[in-house]
Structures are given as structure tokens and as C-alpha cells.
Ligand binder design. Structure first.
Ligand code: PXG
Ligand code: PLP
Length: 447
């Protein structure tokens, strides 16, 4: 399918409204080096035939690298066997098997799995389950969702309400869920810049939950939702003891704890979920992305058995949860997920991510004395390098760095003035070294 330069030079850029993109800048520059036409292993191929190292595993989803024939073949087989199977009042054996496999990987009694098509849908689903759960237990006043500043939970109405990224919220303020509130974010340059792994400072920020409980009363609060590691905002790592404290306070007040593991699930943190990596068990987990290596859209929610059981009341012939997507458990997504889990298990991918993460850690922290670097953070196989913004032009330095790195054959992901790194597990030590040295050269070039 290689779309060559000649095939793309007359491309009409106008009709496509690009997601989370500076549309006018992109279309003005018509960047042929930002048109991707191929993906194999740890590299994309641009329309000009250039190879780009994929430093964020797609958008955190292609954890095993691209085009693994074991996943591709499973999807091709499935499309021939059964392209679509409804999930409402009927089912496919492979969906039950996949739920069983995911339940086995999840901690404790989180063993009931609901499928969605994205992380955003997973979040909205988890919030609905939380509110429904309390209502069914006779605590219908528990409707309030507590999120966190700088949190990202996708772009559904529930997700932007619980989320804490101002740009994603302000235009839609009148549409927000009523009554949501937010914990403070845990990022502090003053107290934790250049921490390796989990920062020592910051566990006390979880005590803010007690303040919110005192303000609103526990009887109004359904759930707290946080990302164990905040990926989208630029790899913000939980302080030592912080998630444990959130867990204790939620338990004390009967509040459900939701870990949004859309990025942290399925190996990236060096364990199956952030829950195990950080040693804290939530009540609900949302997942997406790496569950099937981003091959076919898929997400989901894992619930404690007791939450599921609370819904199992009323006449047996009646629907218990009035919620579901046409494509919940789409056969192609499920086939890709089985093939992905086969590889994750057979190749001990979480452990390999832990090992690769140690090399990445040494690499990124070697950048701390480069010009304009104000923070370096890492955990599992994820890292971020934050640059000081150009005066009055936040984000512009990162755009320049991104463009410079493209010329050097590396695709970077920036958010604000931070560069996030989450390479695929198949990256070799030499490729990680090259990634770091390219980043160093680009940081110097845009200084
Ligand atoms: N929750 C979390 C924690 C996420 O990171 C979502 C929900 C939404 O998932 P969907 O599948 O609806 O996009 C996400 C998505 C980035 C980046 O550059 C991160 C995401 C998506 C795109 C880019 O960090 N996270
Ligand atoms: N809008 C309309 C008119 C529909 O009929 C449906 C599903 O049947 C939806 C939206 C929801 O679509 P999905 O199930 O893919 O989320």
C-alpha cells in the first residue's frame, strides 16, 4: 500500500478534520514527512519513504511494535470466519474466553469484564457502573465523581468532566456532569524534578481526598478516578505511598476507586497492570490500547466480582445493565486481543518492559544537563523530558523539537513542552541509545 510522494503530493488536505491537531498549521505546511504509509516493527514509513522510529508505540497502543504476523494473521483469519457477531442477547465463545483471560491477569477479585471500543468509552462505562452500583445498594445519593487536575480520561462527557485538562474542558463547560470535583495534581518541579522512578515527595496530596469528603460528605461521592501513572499529561509518576493513601481513604468512606489503566495496562509499567506495579488494588480498572496492540479499536472495564454481583438482581430474564456498544467485543478486536495476550504471556512482555525501562531511565536522565531541560521523569517503560517554554509561547519549543527529530528519523510525541517516550518492547538497546542521542541532538538544535 506504499503511497509514494507522487501519489500524495496532490493530496487534498481540506476535508479531514484531524483529531487533537493544529489543523491550520498542518494543512498550511503540507508536511509529507508527517504522512505515514507503512508500519513495521518499531518504525513507520513516511510518504517520502523515510523510516521513523516510533518512540511512543503509536499512541501508547502498539506495545509489541507494528505488524506482528501473529496478530495480523489472527485478524485476517477472523474476518473470513465471522466478520461481525452481535453481543446483545447473544455471544461469541472467544469473547467469554477473552474475559476469562483478562480476569486472570487482573488483581484480586477484579474478574468481570465489559468490552468497549476505546478508552473514552471505557471511562464512561466505569463511571456509569460506579453510580449504578451505589444506587442498587440503596445509596442513590452517591453520584459525585472525583477526578484529578491534569487527569486525562478521554473525551466522552464523563471523561472530560472527571478529567483535569483545561483545554479539553473549557469549551464544553455547560455539558459537564454536575458535581464533579478534583484532587490536586501531583506534579511539582520544586519538589520532585529529576526523580528516578516514583518521587519521594507528594503522598500527602492524597489527603486532599479527606478534605473533599469533608466538604461534600461521603454520602454524595460515588468514585475517585485516577490514572496510576498519568501518561497524556507527560508521564507524571505517582509519589511513593500516594496511591496507597487514596485506596485507604476510599475504603474508609465507601468510595469506589477506579484506576484508568488505558495506558498503564498490559505491561507498560513492568507488570500486567499499574495496580500490581504500584501494589494498590482498585475496584474498577479501565483498559484499552495495548490489550490488542492497537490493531483494532478496543477497550473495556474490569470490575470486582462484588460490583457485578450487585447488578444481578430483579427478574432473571431482565437486562441488568442498560449499557453496551454495537461493537462491544467486536470479533476482529477480540481475535487481535487473543493473539496479543498469547505474545504478552509467552514472551514475558511485562518483565521485558521493566528491563527496557531501566535502560530508558539511564538514557533520559543523561539529558538533564542539556539546554532548557527542566525535568526528567520515568517509571516502567515510560519517560518524559520537559523543556522550559519559550517566553510567552508555551508549546512552541516542543513543536520545533518534534520537527527537528523527524528530520533525524525519530517520531516524538509532545504535550505542552514535554516529550513523552514509550518505545515498543521490541526496541533493541542500540535503538534506545539512538533515540536518546537523537533527542539530545534535537534539544541542542532548538536551544
Ligand atoms: N484514559 C486514559 C488514561 C488515556 O490515556 C483515554 C482514557 C482515552 O482513550 P481513547 O481510546 O478514547 O483515546 C486515554 C487516551 C498521548 C495520548 O499522546 C494519550 C491518549 C490518547 C492519545 C494520545 O499521550 N490517551
Ligand atoms: N446513534 C444511533 C442512531 C444508533 O442507532 C446507535 C446504535 O444503534 C448509536 C448511536 C450508538 O452506536 P454504538 O453502539 O456504535 O456506540
Amino acid at each position: 500500500m506504499t503511497d509514494s510522494v507522487s501519489a500524495t503530493s496532490d493530496l487534498n488536505f481540506d476535508p479531514l478534520w484531524m483529531p487533537f491537531t493544529h489543523n491550520r498549521y498542518f494543512k498550511k505546511h503540507r508536511p509529507l514527512d508527517r504522512l505515514l504509509v507503512g508500519a513495521k516493527g518499531a518504525y513507520y514509513t513516511t510518504s517520502e519513504g523515510q523510516q521513523l522510529f516510533d518512540s511512543l508505540s503509536g499512541l501508547w497502543c502498539s506495545a509489541l511494535g507494528h505488524g506482528d504476523p501473529r496478530i495480523a494473521d489472527a485478524v485476517k483469519r477472523q474476518v473470513d470466519v465471522a466478520d461481525f457477531i452481535p453481543g446483545f442477547q447473544i455471544g461469541a465463545p472467544d469473547n467469554f474466553r477473552l474475559a476469562e483471560r483478562i480476569a486472570r491477569l487482573a488483581p484480586d477479585d477484579l474478574n468481570r469484564v465489559f468490552f468497549t471500543n476505546s478508552g473514552s468509552e471505557a471511562v464512561d462505562t466505569a463511571l456509569k457502573i460506579a453510580v449504578g452500583y451505589h444506587r442498587l445498594r440503596g445509596e442513590a445519593s452517591r453520584t459525585r465523581i472525583i477526578g484529578r487536575e491534569k487527569g486525562y480520561h478521554g473525551v466522552g462527557i464523563g471523561g472530560i468532566s472527571a478529567g483535569g485538562m483545561v483545554a479539553n474542558r473549557k469549551m464544553f463547560a455547560p455539558m459537564m456532569l454536575p458535581g464533579t470535583d478534583h484532587l490536586p495534581h501531583t506534579h511539582s518541579l520544586e519538589h520532585m524534578a529529576f526523580s528516578r522512578g516514583q518521587p519521594a515527595w507528594g503522598a500527602h496530596l492524597a489527603d486532599e481526598l479527606e478534605r473533599l469528603v469533608a466538604l461534600h460528605d461521603a454520602s454524595t461521592i460515588a468514585a475517585v478516578i485516577v490514572e496510576p501513572m498519568q501518561g497524556s499529561v507527560g508521564v507524571v509518576v505517582p509519589p511513593v505511598g500516594y496511591l496507597q493513601k487514596l485506596r485507604e481513604i476510599c475504603t474508609k468512606h465507601g468510595i469506589l476507586l477506579i484506576f484508568d489503566e488505558v495506558i498503564t495496562g498490559f505491561g507498560r509499567m513492568g507488570d500486567w497492570f499499574g495496580a500490581q506495579a504500584f501494589g494498590v488494588t482498585p475496584d474498577l480498572i479501565t483498559f484499552a490500547k495495548a490489550v490488542n496492540n492497537g490493531t483494532v479499536p478496543m477497550g473495556g472495564v474490569i470490575a470486582r466480582q462484588g460490583i457485578y454481583d450487585a447488578f444481578m438482581q430483579g427478574p432473571e430474564y431482565a437486562v441488568e445493565l442498560f449499557h453496551g456498544y454495537t461493537y462491544s467485543g467486536h470479533p476482529l478486536a477480540v481475535a487481535a486481543a487473543h493473539a496479543t495476550l498469547d505474545i504478552l504471556e509467552a514472551d514475558s512482555v511485562p518483565a521485558r518492559f521493566a528491563a527496557l525501562g531501566r535502560q530508558l531511565e539511564d538514557g533520559v536522565h543523561s539529558l538533564r544537563d542539556e539546554p532548557n531541560v527542566i525535568d526528567v521523569r520515568n517509571v516502567g517503560c515510560a519517560a518524559a523530558v520537559e523543556l522550559s517554554p519559550l517566553p510567552g509561547q508555551p508549546g512552541l519549543r516542543a513543536i520545533r523539537l518534534f520537527e527537528d527529530a523527524l528530520k533525524r528519523g525519530v517520531l516524538l510525541r509532545f504535550t505542552g513542552d514535554a516529550i513523552a517516550l514509550a518505545p515498543p518492547v521490541i526496541s533493541t538497546p542500540a535503538e534506545i541509545d539512538r533515540l536518546i542521542e537523537t533527542l539530545r541532538a534535537s534539544i541542542r538544535a532548538v536551544a
